[in-house]
Design a protein around this ligand. Structure first.
Ligand code: ADP
Ligand code: MG
Length: 646
């Protein structure tokens, strides 16, 4: 074995040819590969030591040192790990064990770059080294993207042989292995990398440090660059929970997110089944603009044994938990996994499912133990979280975590859960009633609220457009269904008694009932095509009238949403329901009874329609509307003065 030159196996030669002759972005990935090999070697050494086997030079610390020689344009990367014998050097660095090499060659071997996945290419047209290496698992050889010559000198930590051997190659056809009498390394491996002219950037300390920070900041062994340790942060997520202080959590959060304020909460998980992983997830104390500019800026950083695989991986979380920031680290993924294979990886799917369960559990506990904190969470992140109504298997738990403002709340800030809504509801109620409105005042003024107020039935207030989709998507919760108050049929509420406050109004005489019928016909005549019909309402108490969609139609707010989506600014033609018991209608009836052709009738009915349309959220021609209302005011003031003999 000593002093021998060996041919690389044929497939290795071809892989190397591609690695040495193509242009890459992301070449710094070579450092990640070498550092993780060094870290593995140190891990192995620690493993043997822990078993009681004593390594060579037992007092040498477990560490990685990088040095730079600018004059001769080389780097060295030394570890005090397990090391390799001559045979191991040949075996480990002379062949590519992974079947990946075959796939690699099949895809790229003939230089037909077009056959590589488009994902491998950057905009510049260069190949993305990170993805190539990931896809084909060619770890150590990545060094030949930046090196024209590599020397690996290694002295095994265990065993009888004290001799160090040096493996040398230019990454072309062959490599040689020879014994060497150098003092270094005393134990472990030194990789000496002679940089290509186009890779001398890696002689700059800041360049090395930034590459280390990017991928290898959390390796469990100190990494020194020219004597200065660059990785000073421990991989907090791998520490036992009890040993981490709040300050440490917060500090890590700030370096992770560049957020200046402390997070609202932290979840620290250590899971063994069905997959092994550690996770450190934060709930930020501010909301990001998930529905705007920051749409894609979510996901968790994915580590495999402390080495960063991907930032903001989106397979680890469902979208409705996009507010979580943090990292996951698993032992069950190979380091050099590529983006494509990540996506279909069952390990990630299992982590995802476990994270969902754990997060829901965490939120449930927060809601129970610290409702104020939960309310703060809801106000910040509820918008995203409620998208969880899609998650069928977890729907019940998610639904119980939803919060609403409602007609039973004292102020706009108060929140209720559906469970508490149920507690407050009168016996026999089996429907969550809701009203969609832009704000609390608008919800309160909805004419549909009249009957609910009279019967003391609570309505949930929905202030965001998505809320109605959520309600429809939920279908039911604890065998209660969800319905918009405007869909309340007379029967639905008939079984509930009026409250004491509900107004009792003198009923119309038979005769007046008949002429009211005639009045509604007159109103239809006045309003013409603007409405489909005028009918007497059974649901109104304080409001004179309301616009109603034909039964089974969309709610008014949904309809508006669709109109916006379709850029349709027409005013929908609906049914006008009028409240026979309202003073305004009673006065109209008096005028009508006196003279069914009175000109003010038309004016007042038109004014009423304007107001009802506005309540429904439509103002199309504000100028003519203002003009009509001025005329009405002018006349009303005149009549008033007349009546009071001013
Ligand atoms: P992988 O790390 O996925 O096995 P690599 O190509 O990165 O593939 O490395 C090949 C093998 O070479 C490793 O499995 C290891 O046995 C050996 N090796 C590489 N670097 C070192 C090192 N610094 N110390 C000891 N062994 C090493
Ligand atoms: Mg490796």
């Amino acid at each position: 074995m000593a002093n021998a030159t060996h041919q690389f196996r044929a497939e290795v030669r071809k892989v190397l040819q591609i690695l040495t002759h193509s242009l890459y972005t992301n070449r710094e990935i070579f450092l990640r590969e070498l550092l993780s090999n060094a870290s593995d070697a140190l891990d192995k050494l620690r493993f043997y030591s822990n078993r009681g086997e004593s390594p060579r030079c037992p007092d040498l610390p477990l560490e990685i040192r990088i040095t730079v020689n600018k004059d001769e344009k080389y780097l060295t990367l030394a570890d005090t790990g397990i090391g390799m014998s001559a045979e191991e050097l040949s075996e480990n660095l002379g062949t590519i064990a992974k079947s990946g090499s075959e796939e690699f060659l099949a895809k790229m071997g003939t230089g037909e770059a077009a056959r590589a996945s488009t994902d491998d290419y950057q905009e510049s047209g260069q190949l993305d080294a990170a993805n190539i290496i990931g896809r084909f698992g060619i770890g150590f050889y990545a060094v030949f993207m930046v090196a024209h010559r590599v020397e690996v000198t290694s002295r095994p930590a265990m065993g009888d042989s004290e001799t160090a051997h040096v493996w040398t190659s230019d990454g072309l056809g062959d490599y040689s292995i020879a014994p060497c009498d150098s003092e270094e390394p005393k134990r472990g491996t030194v990789v000496k990398i002679f940089l290509k002219d186009d890779a001398v950037e890696f002689l700059e300390k800041f360049r090395l440090e930034s590459a280390i920070r990017n991928h290898s900041a959390f390796l469990p062994f100190p990494i020194f660059v020219d004597g200065v340790q660059t990785n000073t942060q421990p991989a907090l997520w791998r520490e036992p929970k009890f040993s981490v202080t709040r300050d440490q959590y917060n500090a890590f959060y700030k370096t992770l997110t560049y957020d200046n304020s402390d997070p609202l909460d932290v979840l620290h998980l250590s899971v063994d089944a069905p997959v092994q992983f550690n996770a450190l997830c934060y709930i930020p104390a501010s909301a990001n603009d998930f529905f705007g500019m920051e749409r894609d800026n979510w996901g968790l950083d994915l580590y495999a044994e402390r080495v960063l695989i991907q930032r903001r991986n989106k397979d680890l979380l469902p979208e409705y938990l996009a507010f979580l920031k943090g990292v996951t680290d698993t032992e069950d993924l190979p380091l050099n996994i590529s983006r494509e294979t990540l996506q279909e990886n069952s390990v990630l799917r299992k982590i995802n499912q476990t994270l969902v369960k754990q997060t829901l559990g965490h939120l449930e506990k927060m809601a129970a133990d610290d409702p104020e904190k939960y309310a703060a969470f809801w106000r910040l992140h509820g918008k995203i979280f409620k998208l969880g109504y899609h998650d069928y298997p977890n729907r019940e738990r998610i639904t119980s975590l939803l919060r609403f403002n409602s007609s039973a709340m004292e102020d706009a800030d108060a929140l209720t859960s559906l469970d508490n809504y149920i507690v407050r509801a009168p016996a026999g109620q089996k429907t969550f009633w809701y009203v969609a409105a832009p704000n609390r005042e608008a919800a309160r003024l909805s004419p549909y609220m009249d009957i609910f107020r009279n019967k003391g039935i609570e309505a949930l207030y929905l202030f965001e457009p998505i809320d109605e989709f959520v309600m429809e998507g939920l279908g039911s919760y604890k065998e209660w269904d969800f319905k918009a108050i405007e869909k309340a049929t007379e029967d639905a509420l008939a079984g509930f008694a009026d409250t004491e406050d509900a107004k009792t109004v003198a009923r119309l005489s038979e005769e007046d009932q008949a002429s009211f019928e005639a009045l509604t016909a007159k109103m239809k005549e006045i309003l013409g095509e603007k409405i489909t019909e005028v009918r007497v309402s059974r649901r109104l108490a304080d409001s004179p009238a309301v616009l109603v969609s034909a039964d089974g139609g969309m709610t008014s707010s949904m309809e508006k949403l669709f109109k916006v989506m379709h850029k349709d600014d027409s005013i929908p033609i609906k049914i006008l329901e009028v409240n026979r018991n309202h003073p305004l209608l009673r006065t109209l009836l008096r005028i009508f009874n006196a003279d069914s052709e009175d000109a003010s009738l038309a004016q007042i009915v038109q004014g009423l329609f304007d107001a009802v349309l506005m309540l429904d959220g439509y103002v199309k021609e504000p100028q003519s509307l203002a003009d009509r209302s001025m005329t009405l005011l002018e006349e009303a003031a005149g009549w008033y003065a007349e009546a009071h003999k001013c």
